[in-house]
Design a protein around this ligand. Structure first.
Ligand code: PRP
Ligand code: MN
Ligand code: MG
Length: 187
């Protein structure tokens, strides 16, 4: 249904914009990894599920063979701000030593999740580790996290949709929008 429209203040990135940007990013990554034997996409559950699925398909049109792994880490819990504590909820299933790894993230906000994750993947002796993130917030630019591929720089507002949740909801919303304050304001 269209129930979610009432909870969204305004659309930040539309379905069409997402589709076009993913194609653009995949072309870029496909070119950069053109000589690699394969790339290993590491999707960060749960937020990256939509982006991972669409990006992997797009990369399939332009790049070398793709493999997929998933990790689940959580830094937000049920709140709207990052706690700074990263927990591994699901680890990699296979050895990534010598692999060209691309971390697939829906959003980089404080950058805490990603800076922790990159160190972790490098410690597993990946041949290379880069990041593709659909969205980036202003704070992430201050932190020294090298995000090579970014879809959209967005304002510092609480956004949901296309994988991004508030308290596990709104992930299925097909676009990225600002959540109406009344939905999460206290009292
Ligand atoms: C969200 C988002 C990123 C991370 C970004 O995940 O999907 O993974 O936070 O925040 P940061 O840059 O401040 O670390 P979350 O922890 O909410 O888990 P989820 O993907 O399961 O929603
Ligand atoms: Mn996440
Ligand atoms: Mg979340």
């Amino acid at each position: 249904g269209n129930w979610h429209a009432a909870d969204i203040d305004r659309v930040i990135v539309s379905e069409d914009q997402i589709r076009e940007k993913i194609d653009e990013l995949a072309k870029q990554v496909g070119t950069d990894y053109g000589t690699a034997e394969s790339v290993l996409l590491v999707g960060v559950l749960k937020g990256a599920v939509m982006f991972m699925a669409d990006f992997a398909r797009a990369l399939g049109r332009y790049g070398p063979p793709v493999e997929m792994e998933f990790m689940a880490v959580s830094s937000y819990g049920q709140g709207t701000t990052s706690s700074g504590v990263v927990r591994i909820l699901k680890d990699l299933d296979s050895d990534i030593a010598g692999r060209h790894v691309i971390v697939v993230e829906d959003i980089v906000d404080s950058g805490l999740t990603l800076s922790w994750l990159m160190k972790y993947l490098q410690s597993r002796r990946a041949a290379s580790v880069e990041v593709v993130a659909l969205l980036r917030k202003p704070d992430a630019v201050k932190v020294n996290v090298p995000v090579k591929y970014v879809g959209f720089d967005i304002p510092n507002e609480f956004v949901v949709g296309y994988g991004l949740d508030y308290s596990e909801r709104y992930r299925e919303v097909p676009y990225v929008g600002v959540l109406r304050k009344g939905v999460y304001a206290q009292g």
